[in-house]
Design a protein around this ligand. Structure first.
Ligand SMILES: [Zn+2]
Length: 233
């Protein structure tokens, strides 16, 4: 039995486990509400508030207009009703009538402008609502995909964990200790391939006698440069 082979198999299993565990953490971090979703929801809220303000303004202007119409009707009643005969008083009423009409005309112009603004605000609310619907739909599909991926990763990690326990169960404890120490110190990679005499952990060439030993596999051979266990087959 090649001394480094089992360690290399364990390394492959551990590396795969680490890779999938990293992906699982990413997936879990991506589950839940996104910044985009929050932003689009906020945009809709703002558009609705703006519409609400314009509608309140329009209602106030319309009330003011109705009140002016009442005043104007009362004024005309007195002006043309025949009850007031005093020329000075009639002139005063006439003046008031002109001024009321002027104010009412101005107010009606403003009302028209605000009605257009309300329509524009309604359009902005419609757009913001459509956008939210679209973003929510994409978000739900993405969440569903991520949830499926999380389930697959969890199952895969569970299988890998069982596999590495099996491998460790039949390996000498002193080799496992060396392996675990190296994994801690070397960024998770304790065993690397030796290809054409070059360590694949640090890309340094090994003296040919050591490369030969690594291929024979009777003893564990360590890279003189990075210190990792070498596996050549
Ligand atoms: Zn090396």
């Amino acid at each position: 039995m090649h001394r480094a082979e089992q360690l290399y198999n364990l390394q492959c299993t551990d590396s795969e486990f680490d890779k999938l565990a990293r992906r699982l953490r990413e997936v879990e971090a991506s589950l839940g509400e996104t910044e985009e979703l929050r932003q689009v929801r906020l945009d809709l809220q703002k558009a609705e508030q703006a519409l609400n303000r314009q509608q309140i303004r329009l209602r106030d202007l319309e009330l003011e207009n109705a009140s002016l119409a009442d005043k104007l009707a009362a004024n005309e009643q007195r002006l043309y009703g025949g009850t007031v005969r005093n020329p000075k008083e009639l002139a005063g009423l006439q003046e008031e009538n002109t001024s009321l009409r002027q104010r009412k005309n101005q107010l009606e112009d403003v009302i028209l402008e605000v009605m257009i603004e309300v329509e524009e605000a309604q359009e902005r609310v419609r757009c913001a609502r459509d956008r939210l619907t679209q973003v929510e739909k994409q978000w739900r599909a993405e969440q569903e995909r991520l949830t499926t991926e999380r389930g697959e990763l969890q199952a895969h990690l569970c299988a890998l964990d069982a596999r590495r326990r099996e491998l460790r169960a039949v390996m000498p404890p002193d080799e496992l200790k060396i392996y675990d120490d190296l994994r801690r110190r070397k960024g998770g990679r304790a065993v690397v391939l030796l290809k054409e005499g070059v360590c694949q952990g640090c890309q340094v060439s090994l003296p040919s006698s050591e490369a030969q030993q690594a291929r024979q596999g009777e003893v564990l051979v360590f890279c003189g440069s990075c210190g990792r266990i070498l596996y050549a087959h």
